[in-house]
Structures are given as structure tokens and as C-alpha cells.
Design a protein around this ligand. Sequence first.
Ligand SMILES: Cc1ncc(COP(=O)(O)O)c(C=O)c1O
Length: 480
Amino acid sequence: MLSRIPVTRLSLGASAAARRLYSVNARAGPSKAYLKATHTVTAPSPKTASFLARGEQYLLPVYARPDFVLEKGKGSWVWDVDGNKYLDFTAGIAVNSLGHSDEGVSKVLAEQSSKILHASNVYHNEWAGKLAELIVTLTQKEGGLGYAPGSAATQGTASTPKVFFANTGTEANEGALKVARKVAKERWASAVPGRKEGDYYNECTKTGIVCFENAFHGRSMGALSVTPNPKYQVPFAPLIPGVQVGQVNEIDAVNSLVDEDTCAVIIEPVQGEGGIHPVKVEFLRALRKRCDEVGAVLIFDEIQCGLFRSGTLWTHSSYPVDCHPDIVTMAKPLANGYPIGAVLLRPSIAETMTAGTHGTTFGGSPLACAVGYHVLNRLSQPEMKSQIAETSTYLRERLSHLPKWFPQILESEIRGRGLILGLGFRDEGLPGKVVGLARERGVFLLTAGKDAIRFVPSLNVTKEEVDYAVDVLESSLSVV
Ligand SMILES: Cc1ncc(COP(=O)(O)O)c(C=O)c1O
């Protein structure tokens, strides 16, 4: 066993006095507790080697992975098949918000899978409607999609937002882009008297899509077309035509970027994969205004930053309603690792979609939705929200010392909000190296974009775990 126990201790229940005693301001310099690697894999054990060999023989080699094989997890910790223990400070790329092997999630999975797991969308099931209702009513209560926080739940089918369930984030974005195309075609058709929408679908020029540099929306043809990273796009070109790429927060460019031929604008309110770049409220407002002027649909991809990761239900929940989107896409943490994606649509947008216009075999299954209901219900409890706020403040405070201690390596600002935080590096070669050094000291971290390390731990991560992660990070930065 190579596991190390965190050196610092502070329980969540600690008194305010104890917390002050622990103040990170008192630290004179970075932790040097983990200068020596504890988890280096020099030669994989025979057991690990046999798993790796099988993978190498049969799996498509699209991932570069370290030489160990994970077997189990609990909370924020995972173990490999040789019993080595790691702190997973990535939550499976912002997925396991309640941590690994959560007992409540396992119970719902076991119970629901022994009742009915899948029956297709040819038939109704009890859980899809319940989860959709929870997503909509929480949005009305917490704010988002045009609702200010504290809005009353709507009554009546025509005035209620709607949800479409998919299986992944990519598929949710595909759905959102398709809906936007149809809405825009109908708006285009209805602008000329006598023109019948269906007859003119092929002539419609209102099909352009606007996305932004550093965005990540997925890897299917549609989602990839709005993910302007040459590394991902170039081998697979040609992609879908008519995509314009703008710069986040460049308000002056919005009017020329979004024009009469634009059907959709898609944006992450905090860019995740692209480097943890929060989008300014004024920029979202400018997009909203311009979309309304030209009849384009505004889509917020909250797949990574939503569902309480940024501290509120949606990143945009606390923003004024004049910068809210028409559609929100979500996925990652919704069922804590069981695959699910969803599209949340304003009623006026949803009304364009009728039976047969879109669909999926697996999306909205009783199993995925029962788990999603359980997870979202727990994430939305007040205690969880205060824990996220408290942990976020603590992690940010600890990170805030690093630029002072490593000014040649790090940028001065900590990026992001809630528990989607980033540390910018001056040298693009370093984030990957530091992530590797941290892994050799028992902590999983992620890079983001070309120049950042990303912190997206489980939302119930403890302060002791934060301490271990940051101590290891500090030691790794010292090694660099
Ligand atoms: C913002 C965002 N959108 C879309 C996706 C794609 O989601 P998935 O991998 O579930 O298809 C991701 C995945 O990282 C993401 O971060």
C-alpha cells in the first residue's frame, strides 16, 4: 500500500475558533511534505500488467492513461487493483458530485434495476416525469431559464418549461442545436406572409451557429463543429457549415457575430475544458439582446459548470433574467456517474418539438431518471449548498497563496467560481507535468486548456481532502 494520510486536519464541524487557528494566512510558505514521490509506477505488478496488456490488445487507443488500473472508490478516494489509494480531486471530470460508491445512489440503482431498468420511449415510465418536474421546479425556485430566484412554479402545459432526456452531454448539445435549427426555420418561414414553414425548410438560410474560442461542447459531428479546437476538429473535417467562432467577453463584436442568418448561439457560462474562463454577465446580456433582435436561440451549456458546481443550481441562476438562455444543457453529475444528459427548454422554444421530431432509445430510462432524481434532490439541499460555498472559499483561499509563492510559474488570478476553479500557468508545458507529479504523490488533478490546472472535486469533498490535494500541489510546484 502506498497511500499517505493527509498531514493537516480540520473537520467540517470544527468551531469558528478552530477554523481561525487553522487560517492559511499563517502559512509561511508552500508545503514540502510531499517532495518525494509516493505513488510512482516504475514497473506494473503482474496483475496490473495483465489488465494493461488486454486493454492494449482490444481497446481503441484514443486515451493516454497512466499505468495503473482502478478497481474501486469511496467518497473522494479510489484504489487500484494493487491496493494503492489515490485522492480523486477530479470527480471523474466533474461527474461524481456525491463521490464514489455513494450508498444512497447504490441503493437506488439496485432497487430500480431490479424493478425496471429500460423499456424505451415507446412507453411512459414513472421517473422521467418526476426528474423533469424536479429540474423545472428547482430552476423556478433557484433561478434560471428566464426565472428570477424564488419564482412560483408554473401551472399548465403550455407555460411550463420542458425537458428532453439524453445519455451524454454531447447528445444533449446535439438535441439543443437541432431544436434551435427548427425554431429558427419556423421563425424565418413565419416572417413572410403566406409562407408555410414545412414547405420552405430547405430554402431557409437561418442556419448559422455561433460558438466561442476555448469552448468544448462534445465530439459528435454537430457538437464538434462548435468545439473550435484544431486538435479535435481537423482530422474529421468537413464539419457542419455555417459556424462562426467569436471571442468570449468581446461585447463590441456581438452584433456582427450574431446576424439574421444565425439560428443558435451556444456558450458555456464558465468554460471548463478550455481553461476555466468565466463569461462576464454583461457579455451574456449582450448575447441575449442580440439573439432576441435576430430571432436566434441562446443555448447555455452547463454540462460542466451547472448543477451546483459553480455554487448555484445553474451558473446563471443568480444573474439577472435579461441574460438568461432559451435552452440549458446538462449531463455530467446529474446521476453521479450513471450516464444521463438533458436539455431544458423555455416553453416558447419547446413548443416547436412534436412527436417524432427527435428521440433516443436509452434517454430517460427509469434507471437513469430514478438515480438522477435522487442525486439532484440531494445536491439541492441547503446543507449541501452551504458545504459547497464553505469548501469553495477554503480551496480558493489556499490556492490564492500559490501565485505569491511561485510567481515565475503561476498567473496571479485564481480562475472560476464555486468548485470549478483553475490555476493559470505562465508556461504551457507545465500544467501536464504538475498533474503527473501530483499523481505520483497520490492526487488526481486535471489540466484545462493549454495553460491551466483544473479543480473539480466531488461537491462533498472534505477540508482534510482539500488540504491533502493542495499540500501535494504545493510540493509538486516546488519540485518543478
Ligand atoms: C461543457 C461541456 N459540454 C459538453 C461536454 C461533452 O459531454 P459528454 O462527454 O458527456 O458527451 C463536456 C465534457 O467534458 C463539457 O465539459
